[in-house]
Design a protein around this ligand. Structure first.
Ligand SMILES: [Zn+2]
Length: 196
């Protein structure tokens, strides 16, 4: 699932059971597992000057990157973190871990070739989903549309409760950009391919 979608969906689900002050933590937990991927992409593109194909077909699948991404998407590690946080009554860590768990639960059913190892360090099992959130060979255009609709619904739900104008602006931006990119990738480019 796309990173900004995680932030909004997690906010809609966890925001109801926590305080408004927790919103930022929920958003952080929602995006944190994907941060290593963005950092890697920035490094590969700007510093290592790798071509796009090499970034996603080789660099991203290097053992070190795969280990980092598996750890950041590990459900058991986040559950252990939650158990420790609950034992010591560390509210901040509790909310953060809940949001991390939710991120992985949303990623689990929508990754095909790029499935994460969500059960590291206990198992290297990867659930190869029949559907993908981006790959058109695996219903990417449908899953992507469902994701946009879910995020739109979640935005309507949380929007009134978000006090910060920056937060509100970001939510409008995420929704608009996902519609624009959907229209570009799945409608315009497909139409172009079709007429050619
Ligand atoms: Zn992720």
């Amino acid at each position: 699932m796309n990173t900004p979608s995680h932030a909004i969906l997690n906010l809609a689900i966890l925001g109801k059971v926590t305080h408004p002050e927790a919103n930022l933590l929920i958003v952080l937990g929602g995006i944190l597992p994907d941060i290593p991927i963005f950092l890697f992409y920035g490094w590969a593109k700007l510093i290592a000057k790798m071509p796009e194909e090499q970034i996603w077909l080789q660099g991203y699948y290097s053992p070190i990157m795969q280990t980092i991404v598996a750890i950041s998407h590990s459900i058991p590690l986040a559950v252990i973190g939650l158990a420790i946080a609950t034992f010591y009554q560390w509210k901040i860590l509790q909310i953060l871990c809940l949001s991390l768990i939710l991120h992985s639960l949303f990623d689990l059913p929508v990754h095909h070739d790029d499935a994460h190892r969500h059960f590291v360090p206990f198992s290297n099992y990867r659930f190869i989903s029949p559907v993908s959130y981006w790959d058109t060979k695996h219903y990417g255009s449908i899953v992507s549309l469902v994701e946009i609709l879910l995020v739109f619904g979640a935005t309507i739900r949380v929007f009134p409760g978000v006090e910060s104008p920056v937060g509100k602006g970001l939510m409008i931006l995420v929704n608009s950009l996902s519609v624009i990119s959907y229209l570009y990738f799945y409608v315009y480019l497909k139409y172009k391919l079709w007429v050619n």
